[in-house]
Design a protein around this ligand. Structure first.
Ligand code: NOJ
Length: 754
């Protein structure tokens, strides 16, 4: 154990070059690289004292080797940070974030983050680039898979659970890691759903919706934040001083480390902000402390610190002392995080081969992952097909039904697909009856798309047989079976980074397979694998049961089989609205009302779509946010509100409802509370989620669920600039809505006076 340094003294002893070195962040290149530029010469950088952190290592041995060079081979012995993308698990892969959020079970989310931190920390990793907190309302955007969905309240609870699970109470503990909230800010609002595209948002929506999970993550103590690739209202986030230094640090009180995203500083050149020196200066001054991959800080800051920078064309005039002060400030943040992690005392504290071996894919981790799969599966429709009848002969059809390569989903960079359980294996293990399998169709039939999907290795390798032959084989299997379980959907790389789509359908060959099977007359349970909210209109008509299983990770096959056979409840409730057609996105449950609101059916000169069935609200989708069925039935009592006319700033309102399990098996209901503000000074969202509670009841059991609202819960932001935002509320009428999803709600109007 070494003595931790005094950071002020250490900074005084460091040269400018050593400080700039601490701001450099490179990839070990031991896993897939997610950009076109790659890190080279990291050994040379280390030996020259030009590296503060490495991400993307894949073993304790490699972490230890790099750390030895950093600590033993440098003047001050400053240890490296080791970071990794641990998005939905490290070695044990959990369901995709968008799936896990569908559990609405924050204790479960926290437990998965604990496991991820334990596995990662045992391998020498001390910072993870998670949680991803980008509100996503446009399913064209592939990174909706990594997101907490469309709602800021739910996403904020996810942020708290993830930070709590990853960081625990003590960052020096051997099973905790520093969280990194990303991508700050509004990356999910990319124009047209195109990854990396820019966002234009009114300040109140930017802060009230998109920044809300970041606010919650910071309040929960997150140690670091990653900047987003996109520009917001004309300023790229890597240069956005107003949002990083101004809002995140100034308003929100964040005092941790801000890292760039992959070549994000360098990309400011393509954004049109100037040459390499200019963008390095702008990012540093904006508050981006570490430069990932691009090395613009390393290349430009020494000279900038000597000569300053004057760029009239970019309205920039910086004196050298300002640059030096910013370098000092950022270096202090890097060193402080290293100190918080206990790395100065023992740079190898997280490296332990035995612990790493014992932790990775440990049995309790896999058990939790299996439970998490069932909790994330959303049952959208069920005409008496599920759970499967014991003893029934099942025709399991679909290439994805017996597939290991796709099971983990996107962004599982340390997961081993070889460890994943397929649905065929899962079903055979628990279903009390024969299960036969046929592929039925290829995942996609377009060779160009197939090549793009196989970017990280083969996932959609086609069966060379003609489509008719594959379908005929499936039909023959179906003919001999009691029930068809068809598994269809996306390949894992259909979603994720740089995987935006214009059409949100299940790929064509699998749709044709479903159509053919629907003719065969056997009941069909369709299991959909997806990394985004797909359009399932046709599928809802053709299948008798519809289970949205997302990508479930290592234990997907077991967890899905548990749900199909009724060993577990389908626990999921949608964290994203499912559109009725691709043209309906972006959508979310709280869309503002208009001056010509939709009336419940198509009407000329009203908000709506000419070509959307009249009964589908234009901004709500086919399956609403919060929706999901279970295997039992609940009866809801009349909601009660006390007092009905509250007054004064300290007043509280309690909303209570009693629900009863009226079915014949144990089950869970997610009780959801929404609030509408029908008269306000500006147009308000049609409704906002303000509370939820999961209630699990035995048959016949009843429970009262209560929510308490304070006046603060009814406030909202107004203002023309981020700096000028203020929080206001408008006394008078409010509508409280309670129900099992964002559509089927019982409303009570109250009057809340000043
Ligand atoms: C780019 C992604 O946007 C980010 O989420 C990730 O953490 C980095 N690459 C590092 O892999």
């Amino acid at each position: 154990m070494r003595r931790p340094p005094n950071i002020d003294e250490l900074l005084q002893r460091m040269t400018l070059a050593e400080k700039i070195g601490q701001l450099n962040l490179l990839s070990a290149g031991e896993g897939p690289e997610t950009g076109s530029a790659h890190s080279r010469d990291i050994r040379a950088r280390l030996e020259a004292g030009q590296l503060g952190a490495i991400f993307g290592t894949k073993s304790v041995r490699s972490v230890r080797a790099w750390q030895e060079i950093a600590v033993e081979g440098s003047r001050h012995g400053i240890p490296l940070l080791f970071a990794e993308d641990v998005i939905h698990g490290h070695r044990t892969i959990f369901p995709l974030p968008v799936a896990l959020v569908c559990s609405w079970d924050m204790a479960l989310v926290r437990a998965t983050a604990r496991v991820a931190a334990t596995e990662a920390a045992a391998e020498g990793i001390n910072q993870v680039y998670a949680p991803m907190l980008d509100i996503a309302r446009d399913a064209r955007w592939g990174r909706i898979a990594e997101s907490p969905g469309e709602d800021p309240f739910l996403a904020a609870r996810y942020a708290e659970a993830m930070v709590g699970g990853l960081q625990g109470d003590d960052l020096t503990a051997l099973d905790t890691v520093a969280a990194c909230l990303k991508h700050f800010l509004a990356y999910g609002a990319a124009a047209g759903g195109r990854d990396y595209d820019n966002a234009s948002l009114a300040p109140a929506e930017l802060i009230g919706v998109y920044a809300e999970p970041f606010r919650a993550g910071v309040a929960a103590g997150a140690a670091s934040v990653m900047a987003a690739f996109n520009a917001v209202n004309g300023c790229p986030m890597h240069a956005h001083r107003g949002l990083i230094e101004g809002w995140l640090r100034g308003v929100c009180g964040f005092d941790g480390l801000v890292v760039a995203d992959y070549t994000g500083v360098h990309e400011l050149i393509a954004h049109g902000l100037g040459d390499r020196a200019t963008v390095a200066a702008r990012a540093l001054l904006a508050g981006v402390d570490m430069d990932m991959i691009g090395e613009d800080y390393l290349a430009c800051l020494p000279e900038l610190a000597e000569a300053g920078l004057s760029r009239p064309e970019a309205a920039l005039d910086l004196a050298a002392p300002a640059i030096i002060a910013a370098i000092d400030r950022s270096c202090r943040r890097v060193l402080s995080l290293k100190q918080r992690l206990g790395l100065f005392e023992d740079p190898y504290r997280y490296c332990d081969e035995a612990r790493a071996k014992g932790a990775a894919l440990a049995a309790p981790h896999r058990d939790l992952a299996r439970r998490a799969v069932a909790a994330s599966c959303v049952l959208l429709r069920n005409e008496g097909v599920l759970p499967l009848k014991p003893g029934s002969r099942v025709a399991l059809i679909g290439r994805l039904g017996d597939d290991r390569a796709n099971m983990l989903g996107t962004w599982a960079v340390s997961g081993d697909p070889g460890q994943a359980v397929t649905i065929l294996e899962g079903l055979r293990a628990v279903h009390d009856g024969p299960v036969d399998h046929a592929k039925g169709a290829n995942i996609v039939d377009d060779a160009d798309i197939a090549a793009r999907l196989d970017v990280f290795g083969p996932t959609v390798l086609p069966d060379p047989r003609p489509e008719a032959e594959l379908i005929a084989e499936a039909l023959a299997l179906a003919a001999r079976a009691d029930v068809v379980v068809l598994v269809a959907g996306e390949a894992k790389e259909h979603s994720g980074e740089s995987s935006s789509r214009t059409e949100l359908d299940i790929p064509a060959p699998q749709r044709r397979l479903l159509e053919a099977l629907a003719q065969a007359g056997k009941p069909i349970a369709l299991v959909v694998m997806a990394g985004r909210s797909l359009v399932l209109a046709r599928e809802s008509r053709l299948a008798d049961a519809l289970l949205l299983a997302w990508f479930g990770g290592t234990e997907a096959g077991h967890g899905i089989a548990d749900v199909l056979t009724g060993r577990a409840e389908p626990g999921g409730r949608l964290a994203v609205s499912l559109p009725a057609c691709s043209g309906q996105v972006p959508i979310h449950h709280g869309a503002e009302t208009t001056g010509r609101p939709w009336t419940g059916q198509f009407q000329k000169f009203r908000t709506g779509y000419l070509d959307l069935p009249g009964e589908i609200p234009p901004a709500r989708g086919l399956y609403p946010f919060g929706f999901g069925l279970g295997y039992t039935r609940f009866e809801w009592g009349e909601p009660r509100v006390t007092p009905a006319s509250p007054g004064g700033p300290d007043a509280r309102v309690t909303v209570a409802v009693t629900i009863r399990n009226a079915g014949d098996r144990r089950g869970t209901e997610v009780v959801q509370l929404y609030v509408s503000d029908p008269v306000a000074r500006i147009v308000r969202p049609s409704q906002e989620l303000k509370g939820f509670e999961r209630v699990t009841l035995d048959p016949g059991e009843a429970r009262e669920v209560r929510f308490t609202l304070a006046r603060d819960d009814l406030t909202y932001l107004v203002g023309d600039s981020v700096e000028g935002l203020s929080r206001v509320w408008d006394p008078g009428s409010f509508i409280l809505r309670l129900g099992p999803n964002s559509r089927d709600l019982t409303s009570i109007e109250i009057t809340w006076n000043d």
